[in-house]
Write a protein that binds this ligand. Sequence first.
Ligand SMILES: [Zn+2]
Ligand SMILES: [Zn+2]
Length: 399
Amino acid sequence: MTSTPSLDSIDSIHQLAMSLSQQVQADRRHLHQHPELGFLEHETAGYVAERLQKLGVETTTGIAETGVVGLIRGTTAGECVLLRADMDALPLQEETGAPYASARPGVMHACGHDGHTAILLNVAEVLMQLRSRLHGVVKLVFQPAEEGPGGAKPMIEAGVLTSPEVNACFGLHLSNNQSTGTLVVQGGPIQASADEFQLIIEGVGGHGASPHQTVDALAIGAAVVGELQRIVSREIDPLDAAVITVGSFHSGTRQNIIASRAELHGTIRALSPRVREFLQRRIVEVATQVAEAGRARCIAHVTNLYPVTINDETMAAFARSIAEQLVPPEKVIRTNPIMGAEDMSFFLNATPGCYIFLGSANRERSLNHPHHSPLFDFDEDCLPLGVELLSQLTLCYLS
Ligand SMILES: [Zn+2]
Ligand SMILES: [Zn+2]
């Protein structure tokens, strides 16, 4: 790995990326108009595969249902870099009124994954053109279902990290929290883990006027909600980030019937594997014991979804050194981690790498609505920088 690319290669990659700016925009708009939900990205995968094959990239489809992998082999042997993009859209009715708005009612690229896929397709073109400079292999991973239930893990289980073995991974996410031209590059945890829990409280129902003959599942459920708040406020170091949210609570049927059952669902977020494990364990302990104290029974389930997204410090420093040569150094920033989750975490857990936020907002053009909003759209001027960044990282890593 060399950390300082020559200015010559920076200029040629910059020019190549800029020459692809219309194409990356066209790719993005095509994908934007034809959004597909997780594991249903058949047309998207078809589009990706066709574009890769036209470029002469070795292409495999149908990995973890709709995943696509492209392999670019350099002219000499070396390490293997994985670049990842996600392809899925969200179940949302688009309200942007853009000429390239979703043609599918109720489905929308409202997170920017159309941008990620378009960027990676054009990175493939840059790298194919500069293949003689590649010492090693590039694996282009187009994954399904990032928004859930997750496509990264099944792709890894299908062997995407082997033959050849991956040595480093990079990826990016557009961010409407930052303006175009800004890059967020930092080591350590950048996004939270996300897990979900389900608590079923079983009591004994009865007449609303005779509570002493019942075990009121609703009242115990309310006590559980209260006690769960104390885990974060009283048991977690205030300098550690942690969230327990009870998002749904269903119990009871009528004002004069004491409920025999309560069902609670919630989400757990943490920025360290240690806190994540602690929250998972304590939620079950607290809910079970509060129920027992009230003579009820609690059946608790915790489901692991996405781990904490953690950038390797060395890889982040490497990425930062490259980023600072592409944009003015003051535009390469660090921010607070976010408590949203990301299944790039599975790749980063398996192999050292760096996940970067590519600023995509443009306030003057009202392109700064939040991700997952029906009004979400981004500044397409950020796309060539994304192409340049991933191409440059790969070429420097493999040079
Ligand atoms: Zn999203
Ligand atoms: Zn996203």
